[in-house]
Design a binder for this molecule. Structure first.
Ligand code: ATP
Ligand code: MG
Length: 478
């Protein structure tokens, strides 16, 4: 027996007024209009949707008539409409054809029925719609186009009261917390291999299980994920890492065989032993470290995922010499392959390279200042978070020594002493005009040397002192 349908009044209160307003305008114009996809799924789950997906039988040109000021988004029939200060996307019903290379469709065909549109969607819980159908699907549109005025004038409003359309049992799967492919899972994953990664990502963020045949199909066809573009994988990975407990999904990627295809460098962590948590391998350590990073820190989570990526390749006699610099190089290559933004990649590489930073209580303040200068003030928070997550991943609790370093770092920052070249009392231009230094790498070396001296003794940061020091450095080199 199907579960009792969620009644329209419940949905009415869960759908925001601007979205209802857009639907009402479609209906009044004699068109079908539905809330569909991930947004309806989230409403049925009582979650706040990330965005609202609307679908209609109106072709894009017709939508531009109904919603003056709307703009075409793409060739797939998506139009962006502004309502109550927000932009909403409305997509014409369509079916997808001619998949090649296990990627996106090469040809789409607009349609008149919501059922056809739902059939192209990936999972049953994403293939439910709520809304109303046009009085005469396909007819009003043309009548109005030739009359040059909205169809509402002739047809009144939609023929059916708003209702749920659920041809694939999506509601039952919502209630059972099951992610199930629409149609034959193997065929659907061969059409578009990204659906396998979406399955793992959605199961993780929604707290769903993979329906057994859907999971078996992923295990059988994981290799076709090799054809996916880096960008599409990265977009799903980013959402997966934002889950409450990302290790669930990362582990599912590993167990289904997807990880070995999309991130073989990380799959290589499986079975690498290290003397941390008894009986746990490097992969388990990585998963624990990722989970230990707070939800709102995506860059640090990514860094935690990649922090020990250099270990399998550097393993020698039970140790991993230089794994942090080997790892930094590998992390850069992985992120370039996934076409991640350079700003993110640079931060992550820096964190991976420095995650093993040493610290001893005997350090003097100059040592603390040199540490800040080497890491950079902007990266300190991230690095401390990563190190704490790394410790947690090794089964350790809070590290008093690390807390002490953090305190000492904050003290130095609060003292507003010089921690980088920009705050030196002289700059390159001063050295050129006052001492006749010629621009070039030598100039940079002098400034670095001055910074070293000021980190050791902040009282040296006076213009005459630094000019004198620079003069003697140049004389020594001379
Ligand atoms: P999220 O909550 O992250 O937005 P979502 O399921 O809404 O998840 P979107 O990328 O916003 O994901 O896609 C919107 C809808 O489009 C999906 O719910 C699904 O119906 C459909 N869809 C998205 N990607 C695919 C795909 N690769 N194959 C088939 N249908 C897809
Ligand atoms: Mg969505």
């Amino acid at each position: 027996m199907a579960p009792p349908p969620i009644t329209p009044p419940d949905l009415l209160s869960a759908i925001p007024p601007p979205v209802l307003c857009l639907l009402a305008r479609l209906w009044a114009a004699g068109q079908s209009g539905y809330v569909v996809g991930g947004s309806l799924r989230d409403v049925l789950l009582g979650r706040e949707p990330a965005d609202w997906d609307l679908a209609t039988d109106a072709r894009p040109d017709r939508m531009l008539e109904i919603f003056p000021g709307a703009v075409y988004e793409n060739r797939f029939g998506t139009v962006a409409v502004r309502e109550a200060g927000e932009v909403y996307e409305i997509t014409t019903f369509r079916s997808d054809h001619d998949y090649a290379d296990f990627r996106r469709p090469h040809r789409i065909e607009f349609g008149d029925s919501i059922e056809l549109d739902l059939a192209r969607r990936d999972f049953t819980v994403n293939a439910i719609a709520w809304g109303a159908q046009a009085a005469n699907p396909g007819l009003d549109r043309e009548a109005s186009a030739s009359a040059g005025k909205p169809a509402a004038a002739s047809s009144g409003s939609s023929a059916t009261p708003p209702h749920l359309v659920d041809p694939f049992g999506g509601q039952a799967d919502v209630n059972a917390r099951l992610l199930r492919a629409v149609g034959d899972p193997v065929a659907r994953f061969e059409e578009d291999a990204l659906r396998m990664i979406r399955a793992v990502r959605l199961a993780t963020t929604l707290g769903f299980a993979l329906e057994p045949a859907t999971r078996a199909a992923i295990e059988a066809r994981a290799e076709v994920a090799a054809h996916l573009s880096g960008e599409r994988i990265a977009a799903e990975l980013e959402k997966l890492l934002a889950a409450e407990v990302p290790s669930t999904g990362l582990d599912l990627l590993a167990r289904t065989g997807l990880l070995a295809v999309i991130l073989p460098e990380l799959a290589a962590e499986h079975g690498i032993r290290q003397n941390k948590v008894v009986g746990e391998d490097l992969w388990r350590h990585t998963l624990r470290a990722v989970d230990a990073v707070p939800v709102g820190r995506p860059v640090v989570r990514l860094a935690a995922l990649l922090h020990d990526i250099g270990k399998p390749a550097t393993l020698a006699d039970g140790h991993f010499p230089g794994h942090q610099s080997a790892g930094a190089t590998m992390a850069a290559a992985v992120m370039a392959r996934l076409r991640m933004p350079r700003s993110v990649a640079e931060r992550v590489v820096h964190l991976v390279r420095n995650h093993m930073f040493p610290y001893q209580a005997e350090w003097g303040d100059p040592g603390v200042r040199r540490f800040i200068a080497r890491i950079g003030e902007d990266a300190l928070d991230d690095l401390f978070l990563l190190r704490a997550a790394d410790n947690a991943g090794s089964g350790g609790g809070a590290d008093p020594l690390l807390d002490e370093l953090r305190r000492r770092v904050d003290e130095q920052i609060a003292a507003r002493v010089v921690l980088d070249r920009s705050r030196l009392a002289v700059n390159g231009q001063d050295l050129i005009s006052e001492l006749g230094v010629t621009p070039g790498p030598g100039l940079g070396h002098v400034l670095d040397e001055l910074l070293e001296r000021v980190l050791a003794d902040p009282s040296l940061n006076e213009r005459p002192t630094l000019l004198l020091l620079a003069q003697s450095m140049l004389a020594d080199e001379g």
